[in-house]
Design a protein around this ligand. Sequence first.
Ligand SMILES: [Zn+2]
Length: 314
Amino acid sequence: MKIRTISMIVLLVAAVATLPLPAAAYVRTVTESGASTAWKTPCVTMEFSLGAAPPELDAQGYLSAAQAAGVAWSQASLDGVNRCTNVILTVVSVPDVAGKIGLDYHNRLIFRQGQWCSDPLPKDGSCNDPSALALTSVFQNTDTGEILDADLEVNATDFTWGDYVAHPEESDAQDFQGAITHEFGHVIGLSHTCFSPGGTFADGTLIPRPTDNQGNPVPDCNAGNLPPIITQATMYVSVATPSAEFELRSLSPDDMQAACDIYLFATNFECVAPSRLGSTSDGGCSYSGPTGRDSVAGVLAILALGLALRRRRW
Ligand SMILES: [Zn+2]
């Protein structure tokens, strides 16, 4: 605990030196057991099934956009004058176009076309909320919070996707890079900067109101007059216009602070694979396996469904 305090002070000094605004609103994802989630070491590779990409952009365009979203959450973008983190989020193209959501140690980025339904379907057989642009399911050790696997599904059934910068005239297209940048924040362990009450864990208990990194209760998303530090974060819950969605591409100082706080810079850094099932089982830890997706995605799917990155019609 003491070490953590010292580290945070050091980081705070670094942040003051490199960031233009104070950062005090980010929210970490917490498991049913109260553990904050994070990768053991932040070398996360997302496997992008380009073969299923819808046609608004070409395959290379989607891959490049996803890679740029990963770069936003990587050390080269996050470090200021001083090194603050080792986190690297890379996106690679894979031929598998029909990957399933599950704890298989392959972090997938998949387009869902035809039906906005996860594969496999949840136990109740329901498809996803059509208002959700994308859905991130994170599989984690519920006791330690270690993230073991993260899968990202894009709703290409109810939405078209594009590149707002290259084609701002395509007013019906969602900005792919912006939305993916938001989802990647969930991949590394972040929740929204505001709270949508009513979500439940797998056992039916209500997800409690989280606290931000300063220990303050996170305000409701529908509360009026939320401060800019909340609404201008990439991890804010929604956007209203294509230009606002495009702005998700650029992390706010608060988002950057989150990544640097969670994944502290360390010398002699080595990437380590996530703990395997055997070790977590042997240790008596509970985790959310493939058949227990609800218990994990129960945390994140609900939060992601609250994402609501939809265009509001004014
Ligand atoms: Zn979200």
